[in-house]
Design a protein around this ligand. Structure first.
Ligand code: GLN
Length: 389
């Protein structure tokens, strides 16, 4: 069997969710909301199954959804996209990332990745024959410097995968950082694969800067979004891809042999959702921001060192002062105290940061409060948290 996949452990999300189920723990690990998602969007999907078209939709996505995506990004990011030539629907953002890597890389090409990387990136780059070149991001701000980029961009660099807002750290990159990366992409003639699935999950009035909207980037950016994240429907796996026609022509070729299409009922429902009033999007943001505050404040009151969460569903704590690593912390937390979390070291390939733990706050207040009660017990038993397995 292929060595990249046979040597790969099961994804940390599946492992932690499995442990949470087996141990009846509160699952603040894998990122999915308690909230079932907007009624009208789910109703549309149900109606479309019963009364709509259930055969293969067109490969690039139903025209109604492609138009809705173009209109949505015009409204929120000021990007003009031609729905017929510059928009594609995939079965989740992960398919879009895989497809983008397969469509851009020749074996031996270098791909710049920022650690912590979302866990799909490295195996997909390797399977595409690419050579990952890592920028290592560190707490508390997780920013990259000019020198960081100088070290990894070479004449062999074909693409960079850039996740903004950044999972697992909850960072929303400011414009200067994105402009810095764009300068390197232009200087080295590199394609930017922009994983922007958290684009609507940003707090405290921050702006989401899309790389595709920066001067010089329009022709070299593949922008990837996720309806699942926008509508709290993570199981739907509807990915939104935007790219200039020359790129899209090739992207569509890799998509046609990965999944080819995406369930038509979900596409109808997402098209409806993307057209919702701006109030929906700001209300959704406010509600997640409130949950972020509830969990962050609770964790800080228990004495944990909370790193600021500017976006995503996640808040992190820095446990370096506690004298244990993140994996030990998470293992003991779930087995002894019944709360699942994610060790951020799982997202590093080299020079791991082992002192940061991620919690998902996209939960009902009661879930967060119950988790905090258990975390209070954990905080008062550091000996149990530190015990080796
Ligand atoms: N994006 C989700 C997270 O970060 C996980 C998705 C998955 O389990 N593949 O928690």
């Amino acid at each position: 069997m292929n060595s990249i996949f046979s040597n790969l452990p099961t994804t940390v999300f599946e492992v932690m969710s499995g442990l949470a189920r087996d141990l009846n723990a509160i699952n603040l690990g894998q990122g999915f909301p308690d909230d079932p998602g907007p009624d009208d969007v789910r109703q549309k999907a149900a109606d479309a199954v019963l009364n709509g078209y259930n055969q293969y939709p067109s490969m690039m996505g139903i025209p109604e959804l492609r138009e809705a995506i173009a209109a949505h990004y015009r409204r929120f990011h000021g990007v003009d996209l031609d729905p017929a030539r510059e928009v594609m629907v995939t079965s989740g953002a992960t398919e879009a990332i895989a497809g983008a890597l397969f469509a851009t890389i020749e074996p031996g090409d270098e791909v710049v990745l920022m650690q912590p990387t979302y866990d799909a990136y490295v195996p997909l780059v390797l399977r595409a024959g690419g050579i990952p070149r890592f920028v290592t991001l560190r707490p508390p701000h997780w920013h990259f410097s000019e020198a960081d980029l100088e070290r990894v961009f070479t004449s062999k660099t074909k693409a960079v995968v850039f996740n903004n807002p950044l999972n697992p750290c909850g960072v929303v990159y400011p414009r200067e950082q994105i402009e810095r990366l764009a300068r390197f992409c232009i200087r080295h003639d590199v394609i930017a694969i922009c994983d922007e699935v958290w684009e609507h999950l940003i707090f405290d009035g921050r702006e989401h800067v899309s790389m595709i909207a920066l001067p010089g980037m329009r022709q070299r950016t593949i922008k990837i979004g996720s309806a699942g994240k926008i509508f709290s429907l993570t199981g739907w796996k509807v990915g939104l891809v935007a790219a200039a026609p020359e790129l899209m022509k090739v992207l569509s070729k890799s998509h046609q042999f990965l999944t080819f299409t995406t369930p038509p009922n979900l596409q109808v429902a997402v098209a409806h959702g993307l057209g919702k009033d701006t109030d929906y999007f700001s209300g959704m943001r406010q509600s997640f921001q409130r949950s972020r505050d509830r969990l962050s404040t609770g964790l800080a009151q228990l004495g944990f060192s909370v790193l600021p969460s500017q976006g995503t569903y996640f808040v992190t704590i820095d446990i370096s002062a506690m004298g244990l690593d993140d994996e030990t912390f998470c293992r003991n937390l779930v087995t002894k105290f019944g709360v699942a979390a994610i060790p951020v070291s799982a997202f590093y390939t080299v020079d791991s940061v082992k002192s940061v733990v991620r919690f998902c706050f996209a939960k009902y207040d009661a879930t967060l409060d119950a988790a905090l009660q258990r975390l209070e017990k954990a905080a008062s038993h550091p000996d149990l948290l530190k015990a080796p397995s």
